[in-house]
Design a protein around this ligand. Sequence first.
Ligand code: TLP
Length: 343
Amino acid sequence: MKPIDLRSDTVTKPTDKMRKAMFEAEVGDDVYREDPTVNRLQKYAAELFGKEAALFVPSGVMGNQISLNVHTNPRDEIILEKTAHVFVYESGSAAGLSGLQLNLIEGKRGVFTPEQVGEAIRPKSAYYMPRTKVIEIENTHNVAGGTIHPIENISAMRSLADKYHLAMHLDGARIWNAHVETGLPLSEYAGYFDSLSVCLSKGLGAPIGSLILGSADFIEEAFRVRKAWGGGMRQVGIIAAAGLYALENNIPRLKEDHEKAKILAIHLSGIESVEVDLDSVQTNILSFAPKAISVEEGIAMCAENGLLLGKGGIGKIRAVTHLDVSFDEVEKAKSILSKVFGD
Ligand code: TLP
């Protein structure tokens, strides 16, 4: 029997309709900016977020790293949360590719405060300190369990950024999930940031691809860096078509994924031998800590019973709901969790 795969929302496969859109995509050489489907996708996304321009890139990591590179010079510093994807899961690229130093702030459920950022900003006069250049926010926050960064907090960070002439970058791999849950327009989120990296290949179900959004000048620079890093793609409309299909069709349905994560979280909260913070289950990610067995044992035992899970933050198991897992499968997952962790 096919296992229920909750390791990530990146595991989804393109549907027949998405594949049809890919099959029929008009293509051209995107390094010459002549791929009509890529151009349509970039225009569509820029309008959706209310930004001047967008750039299609192969991955979320590349989206974040190009953006940080454009905002900075080597030896500059960026301020971000201690468990941010850019710090934990991007293979040290901020240091390796851009020579950046990361100033980490401990957040609560992934959210840090303007006061903490205020303390972390380096005084301009201190030539012996790195220059603070960027405040980076991850929304929703992966390791914290898909938590939403409150808009009031983002707005307060923007005021700080303006005061100290810093750029704001959003790792919006799952900004769609925050958007459907809060009802706030994508353009409202985007308005606070100089750059955004958003993923088409997570909950939206496209097989590949992310977008960088920003001003026309910013995207022009990002275009240069993408080429320099080997990310210039040719007849890539064949993939952009999947992204366009995902943007046009798959945003509202993310709400279902949030319901599925809640169903699982509520079920787990009734199991003695695991700890789950229900308040952190705000979107499609659920992190829980096994108390009687190790994370590795828990993941292995679930896998033996047909439920694939991944590692979350330290001491935690992660389950991510997505469009390839049905409500029926969520019920089956509940039984497997009860069997493994006892109820
Ligand atoms: N996250 C992956 C793993 O790398 C952990 C996942 O399965 O969740 N920002 C955030 C917040 C992400 O969660 C991810 C992917 C990325 C950026 C990077 O995206 P890709 O994998 O497309 O480079």
